[in-house]
Write a protein that binds this ligand. Structure first.
Ligand code: F6P
Length: 341
């Protein structure tokens, strides 16, 4: 019986379990055994896995997170760990590995592919910032959660005549802030792609209140830049060299309150956006991605990543997808700006 591996790396994301389930189901048809590596690349380095079967993947569609666990382990930083990854491939006679992750996890997959290992990628991130795919699963769930939160913040902001700044996830790209902000009717949306002009933000809020509104909602992506800088929680970097973002909401709130005189509060949505059950859209997208990943393995199209293009599931070279993040286009932000204030 041939064996394939699967792993989930990086931040968790609603919809991961639908990919795992689909890969197991399709592999069964091919009579392949699926080794589910634990905690991302860490499980491959340490050869820690569970053998997936119909019983294990049964009932996991509505479950958030990942049944395999995840981590931000980066074997490319350590030649010994890269060797261990290769040994795991050899020891288990892996026919292929499905790596489900964002830019970091898939960057490792690309490196392994370049070193001759049979790897295919499945794009995952709530941030929706991976290139060459219209959507990543998890994003739809995140925008629905964030929209509901903005709706809820509206009623309390209105009751207290307050400005509420809501800090939303989005490291390089402001997709979640933009779409949840649009859907929830935020009065200002701030994203990493556009430097924050605090004078403009305060002018918009003052103008809105001058026309009789007594409350406002400002949606800000955690990666939005103040004076060209990220606002971070700690100086420490993760294994892929990323800072831990957080705090931009409070900074904006302090400035808005000081400059406008309106009482201002901040709400950080944080991991609420990543937790819990996936939407139907994310379950279906994850399922279709999993089916396509097995098809790529069957066709020996290694070094490729599954992708959603329009309504079709296709594949692209991992190298192409990892070239640059998919940012919010300026014309889309301009559209949103028409609703500010
Ligand atoms: O990449 C997805 C993401 O949710 C980013 O928006 C965020 O910066 C990051 O993960 C935070 O992840 P963690 O707290 O797990 O390190």
């Amino acid at each position: 019986m041939e064996k394939i591996g699967i792993l989930t790396g990086g931040g968790d994301c609603p919809g991961l379990n639908s990919v795992i389930r689909a890969v197991e189901r399709c592999a069964l048809i091919e009579n392949w055994q699926v080794l589910g590596f634990r905690h991302g690349w860490k499980g491959v380095i340490e050869n820690e896995f569970i053998v997936l079967d119909s019983h294990i993947v049964s009932g996991i569609l509505p479950k958030g997170g990942t049944i395999l666990g995840t981590s931000r382990t980066n074997p490319t930083k350590n030649p010994g760990q890269m060797e261990s990854v290769k040994k795991t491939f050899a020891k288990n006679e892996l026919h292929a590995l499905v790596a489900i992750g964002g830019e970091d996890t898939l960057g490792v997959a690309l490196k392994l592919h370049q070193e001759g290992l049979p790897v295919v990628g499945v794009p995952k991130t709530i941030d929706n910032d991976l290139a060459c795919t219209d959507y990543t699963f998890g994003f739809d769930t995140a925008i629905n959660i964030a929209t509901e939160c903005i709706d809820r913040l509206h009623t309390t902001a209105e009751s207290h005549n307050r400005v509420i700044v809501v800090e939303i996830m989005g490291r390089h790209a402001g997709w979640i802030a933009l779409e949840a902000g649009l859907a929830g009717g935020a009065d200002v949306i701030l994203i990493p792609e556009v430097p924050i002009n605090i004078d403009e933000v305060c002018a918009l809020i003052k103008k809105r209140h001058a026309r009789g509104k007594t409350f406002s909602i400002i949606a800000v992506a955690e990666g939005a830049k103040l004076s060209g800088h990220d606002v971070t929680q700690t100086d420490k970097l993760d294994a892929f060299g990323h800072v831990r973002l957080g705090g931009i909401g409070q900074e904006i709130a302090d400035m808005v309150e000081k400059r406008t005189g309106f009482e201002t509060r901040v709400t950080v949505l944080g991991h609420i956006q990543r937790g819990g059950t996936p939407t139907a859209f994310d379950r279906v997208l994850g399922t279709r991605f999993g089916v396509k990943a097995v098809e790529l393995i069957k066709r020996k199209k290694f070094g490729e990543m599954v992708s959603l293009q329009g309504r079709e599931i296709k594949s692209v070279k991992l190298a192409e997808a990892l070239g640059a993040p998919k940012l919010v286009p300026m014309e889309y932000y301009e559209l949103a700006k028409a609703f500010f204030g």
